[in-house]
Ligand binder design. Structure first.
Ligand code: KG4
Ligand code: ZN
Length: 343
């Protein structure tokens, strides 16, 4: 089954084409980063307008890359739940139009479910139960995947996401947007022990996260450094921030894995592309004898292939959306309603 996956929930206009949930035939991402750079963050209205301009060319490019035409597509999957609602609506309209015009099955997906299924693209043998950490610009969520389509949220951020912490500190350091990749690059030249930034909720019993205090601590330290020495050791600040975020994410996730007794761990979302986070997870998982699965970096950030993959699995299990499908700004994982749920 060849599935076209469409993703427009934030600032990437993305279309992926995937065969049988695992063979990526195309994965085109038209980033709007340059557009939002001037504002230092995503402006929802601006993003939605750009999606309208980019969605058709992006789908056409994906078809071209896969050497296919619309007639070869068997189903259309789209992020319909979670995100900037004006942005999500653009993808949903495109998906519904194609499904209606070609009489194809349509499946709407919750965005985080797409991130979770990014793991299945390269690891089709990944089966529940497993623990999945989704870390991105919009989310920091630790979920126990108990069974197919059965999720138990173990913890999430109480304030900022891990991605926001990266992006906001990058902005303070005068780096580009999105800040995560910039901090990642700059950290390679810095000392992660130069500053001991707080590890919020590290010792708390719950599996929740909090990153806004860390951001404030870094902000205050930057101001102090500028006041006292007039210069800013940007690479050291970046590496120390990255170390603090990685410590908290890895520490909590490994503790949750131990507490729950799960032997498989998945880590996904844009922040999962971070080099230090990947390295630390790999070390700790090996020590603990836990299987670690992470999508390759290009599949961690928002993309259409992950949506096509999740859509393939949903459709195979009998789920389907109707042409009444609507864009929804916020929705819990596993709570999207389907019209023709046979499973
Ligand atoms: O998953 P994603 O593309 O979009 C959302 O669903 O939010 O994640 C984007 C986030 C941004 O905050 C970006 O700075 C962060 O992922 N990110 C990274 C890296 N690459 C992307 N953060 C740290 N290190 C990276 N290499
Ligand atoms: Zn995302």
């Amino acid at each position: 089954m060849i599935v076209l996956g469409i993703e427009t929930s934030c600032d990437e206009t993305a279309a992926g084409i995937v065969a049988d949930g695992k063979e990526v035939l195309a994965n085109v991402i038209a980033s709007q980063a340059d557009l939002h750079q001037a504002y230092g963050g995503i402006v929802p209205e601006v993003a939605a307008r750009r999606h309208i301009e980019l969605i058709v060319p992006t789908i056409e490019t994906a078809l071209h890359e896969a050497s296919l035409s619309l007639g070869d597509i068997d189903a259309v999957a789209v992020t319909s739940h979670m995100g900037l609602v004006g942005c999500v609506a653009v993808g949903v309209s495109a998906a519904k139009s194609i499904a209606f015009a070609r009489d194809l099955p349509l499946i709407g997906l919750q965005h985080i479910e797409g991130h979770i299924y990014a793991n299945h693209l390269e690891h089709p043998d990944l089966d529940p139960p497993f623990l999945c950490l989704t870390v991105s610009g919009g989310h920091t969520q630790l979920v126990l995947v108990e069974g197919r389509w059965r999720y138990r949220t173990m913890g999430e951020t109480l304030d900022d996401s891990a991605g926001e912490a990266f992006d906001k500190v990058a902005r303070l350091l005068g780096l580009g947007f999105p800040g995560g990749p910039e901090i990642d690059r700059l950290s390679a030249e810095g000392d992660p022990r130069a500053f001991r930034f707080p590890r919020p909720l590290e010792k708390a019993k719950s599996f929740d996260f909090s990153f806004s205090g860390l951001k404030t601590a870094v902000k205050n330290r930057i101001a102090e450094l500028e006041r006292n020495s007039g210069s800013l050791p940007k690479a050291d600040v970046a590496a120390s921030l990255q170390e603090a975020i990685a410590d908290v994410l890895v520490g909590k996730t490994m503790r949750a894995a131990r507490t729950l007794g799960v032997d498989t761990l998945a880590v996904t979302g844009g922040v999962a592309a971070n080099s230090r986070l990947r390295q630390l997870f790999a070390e700790r998982a090996t020590e603990a004898g836990v299987r670690l699965v992470m999508p390759s970096k290009r599949l961690c950030t928002d993309n259409g292939a992950m949506i096509a993959c999740a859509g393939y699995h949903r459709l195979r299990d009998g789920f389907r959306s109707s042409l009444e499908l609507d864009a929804v700004a916020s929705a819990t994982l596993g709570e999207v309603e389907y019209e023709h749920a046979l499973a």
